[in-house]
Design a protein around this ligand. Structure first.
Ligand code: ADP
Ligand code: 5GP
Length: 191
């Protein structure tokens, strides 16, 4: 089976992390790329597992060295995918999931790397606030900022190969798993 890169995006609080956890349980040989960020770790997050937590200076240095496949500023912090995270997994024969925001997804599309692009959408206009508040990891100001970004992100959903509405976790996870399995069973473009 050919290895592929899956870009999974969607507004904050839509349930990307939740659905990706289900996906990784069900599809062997699929691995999540660990991103770099300058934001502070949340309670329970571990360096190297959830993110590579970098200082702004380290992030800029690695950017100058060309270490990032893509990077973006989101809500005042830097986020980026390290090329090494993706390359070593592909070289080992694994497919890779990138959980990134919309600007990063656009950069991956513009790069040489072939990817399958999946947008996770909310079932209605109020669920993002409810889910972010329910998650309890962000201040009221941070939630407002994330919801502002979400408006632009939702406007970009037409640019994606697939859209999954996260109405109910088990239903949406089943749909996502189906898309990934079907893409993995398909030969890469051009062959
Ligand atoms: P993201 O990674 O997109 O920011 P999370 O996966 O952290 O989102 O989900 C945000 C919150 O919403 C979490 O508390 C999660 O348990 C909850 N959640 C995720 N999917 C659903 C769903 N389909 N219905 C209700 N709550 C959900
Ligand atoms: P959070 O702070 O909630 O962990 O992430 C905020 C946003 O940054 C989310 O939309 C998440 O998908 C995105 N993100 C995480 N890692 C990366 C990355 O490496 N690159 C880009 N462009 N976005 C990322």
């Amino acid at each position: 089976m050919a290895s592929k890169v899956f870009v999974i995006t969607g507004p904050s609080g839509v349930g990307k992390g939740t659905l990706i956890r289900e996906l990784l349980k069900e599809v062997p040989d699929l691995e999540l790329s660990v991103s770099a960020t300058t934001r502070s770790p949340r309670q329970g997050e571990t360096d190297g597992r959830d993110y590579h937590f970098l200082t702004p200076e380290e992030f800029e240095r690695r950017k100058e060295e060309g270490d990032f496949l893509e990077f973006a500023t989101y809500s005042g912090n830097r986020y980026g995918t390290l090329r090494s995270e993706v390359e070593r997994r592909l070289a080992a024969g694994h497919s890779v999931v990138l959980e990134i925001e919309v600007q990063g997804a656009q950069q991956v599309r513009a790069a040489e790397l072939e990817s399958v692009q999946i947008f996770i959408a909310p079932p209605g206009p109020t669920v993002l606030r409810e889910r972010l508040a329910g998650r309890g990891t962000d201040s009221a100001e941070a939630i407002d900022e994330r919801l502002k970004v979400a408006e632009q992100e939702l406007a970009a959903q037409g640019d994606f190969d697939h859209c999954v509405v996260n109405d109910e976790v088990s239903r949406a996870a089943t749909e996502l798993i189906g898309i990934v399995r079907s893409e993995l069973g398909r030969a890469p473009a051009g062959r």
